[in-house]
Design a protein around this ligand. Structure first.
Ligand code: ARG
Length: 493
């Protein structure tokens, strides 16, 4: 039976299989196995540079670790007998090169700083993938919006027809929200990408380690300086999950709209068959299941966040084993969020927006009544509240004809005659026209085609800048890994 290098010595007693499984983080550790290898290599190189370990020790360790790096981590590492991947790799290393060299890998560190470092390395990769996926969904929204700057549709408040807008305007709202989600993740990244390595258990170590050297080798932008904080904090995971939760709330709202829009009541969108399911009993059914699952996933991500959040809230300094149990929530939240954003892009790109149906509804429910009231203010100098009152009364009477508006005006104030002011039915019809109402709304961010075209150009510029940022960061961590591995290879060559 393979021995767990950590447990030997101090503890006796036999653990039940249930206890072993209960304690092990092995399943979640598959996420960080590759990161752990990089951390091991960087740590061992640093020990060599600082002359904490001799070259004769460094060489066999690095050779073995590079073997794992090149050929894949052996499956034995993930044996559930080990408490975690850190113990697994170290145990296997000692088994293969002996404890005289292998037993010197873990000098000057603890699994506490090791795991925190691995989490940050893996999470930064996930964050970059998430940001890239957000860029893709934003580009998809902009591409659809570009085709629909004049596609009128009803805008809603309280899910009641409110004022006409355009499909472009509606989709740009989501693009802007996803852009803020991007910003939040980018901001979180700057705090994720800091090295806790060298903190050891929490009190650092008496060996002359070089924390900045390992931080640099691993592509970190700096240290989590205080060594107690370095092993104790999971705030970087919490803020990531909080940001992803906010993002998923936006995703869920969009999914909810796609579900509503694809209903036969509404018929604003026809979703691609690929993202729909049918019924086992009702052969005619086409259900928006992907949008529904995605709506549910937002709940799962909030759940991951709140599970992680309550895990840390009562913990004293510094490391507590509870922290191990937080990690699977992080990976679950990250995975569900990423899957959702990637699939959302496909769902949007494959959707057919039924612009005729949208246009048909755009003017319903007296949706241009606001514009009529505004026009009475602009053309005839009525106070807005008076105009609002007149139009509201006319709606209550049943129509917005000149005769009805005149009656309503007289009720509000006998001195007001719209006819005498020069209002005609033709003028009313013009004021109530959907495209007329849209064209007037040219304020920045408004639905007028002129405004949305401008907005799309601006959003594209932002998207390009964001794409460049992600590429730059990705290149810098790729380069760090390349340098780390080249340095390791040179040392054993
Ligand atoms: N697997 C642990 C985790 O994920 C790290 C091990 C630290 N264990 C310990 N007893 N200090 O947090």
């Amino acid at each position: 039976m393979r021995k767990d290098v950590v447990r030997q010595g101090r503890l006796s007693g036999t653990r039940s299989a249930e206890m072993v499984r209960f304690l092990s983080s092995m399943q979640a550790d598959r996420h960080i196995a590759r990161a752990d290898l990089l951390v091991d290599i960087a740590h061992v190189l640093m020990l060599d540079t600082q002359k904490i370990n001799e070259r004769a020790v460094t060489k066999p360790i690095i050779t073995t670790l590079l073997g794992y790096y090149d050929d894949g981590i052996p499956d034995d590492v993930f044996d559930e007998r080990f408490e975690d991947v850190h113990a697994g790799i170290e145990s296997l290393l000692i088994e293969s090169i002996g404890s005289e060299a292998g037993g010197r890998m873990h000098v000057g560190r603890s699994r506490n700083d090791e795991v925190a470092t691995c989490l940050r390395i893996r999470l930064r990769e996930d964050l970059l993938a998430q940001m890239a996926a957000l860029i893709h969904v934003r580009a998809t929204l902009l591409a659809i919006a570009e085709k629909h700057t004049t596609s009128a549709m009803p805008g809603f408040t309280h899910l009641q027809h409110a004022q006409p807008t355009t499909l472009a305007h509606h989709l740009l709202a989501y693009e802007q929200a996803f852009s803020r989600d991007f910003d939040r993740l980018l901001s979180a990244y700057t705090r994720v990408n800091r090295s806790p390595l060298g903190a050891a258990a929490f009190a650092s170590t008496g060996y002359p380690i070089d924390r900045n050297l390992t931080a640099g080798l691993l592509g970190f932008d700096g240290l989590v300086t205080n060594t107690m904080d370095a092993v104790a904090t999971r705030d970087f995971a919490l803020e990531t999950l909080a940001n992803l939760s906010i993002m998923m709330a936006n995703v869920s709202r969009l999914c909810e709209e796609l579900v509503i829009w694809s209903s036969a009541f509404v018929r604003f969108v026809t979703l691609d068959d690929a993202v729909c399911s049918t019924s086992s009993i009702m052969p005619q059914k086409k259900n928006p299941d992907i949008a529904e699952i995605m709506r549910a996933k937002s709940g799962a991500v909030f759940g991951a966040f709140s599970s992680a959040f309550v895990t840390v809230k009562g913990l004293p300094m510094s490391y507590n084993r509870d922290l191990q149990d937080l990690t699977p929530h992080l990976w679950r939240g990250v995975q569900d969020s990423h899957d959702s954003i990637v699939i959302l892009s496909d769902m949007l790109a494959g959707a057919t927006f039924e612009t005729e149906r949208m246009a048909e509804e755009a003017g319903k429910g007296n949706s241009t009544a606001t514009e009529l009231a505004d026009s009475l203010v602009r053309s005839y100098g009525l106070p807005f509240r008076t105009a609002h009152n007149i139009v509201g009364r006319a709606v209550q009477k049943g129509d917005l004809s000149l005769a009805t508006l005149e009656t309503a005006a007289q009720e509000v104030d006998t001195k007001i005659s719209l006819k005498n002011l020069g209002l005609t039915q033709k003028e009313i019809d013009r004021m109530l026209d959907v495209q007329h109402s849209l064209a007037l709304r040219t304020a920045p961010g408004g639905p007028a085609p002129a405004a949305t075209k401008k907005a799309i150009a601006l959003r594209k510029r932002q998207l390009n800048a964001d794409t460049a940022d992600v590429k730059k960061i990705q290149a810098s961590i790729n380069l760090a890994e390349k340098i780390l591995i080249t340095t390791a290879r040179r040392l054993v060559a």
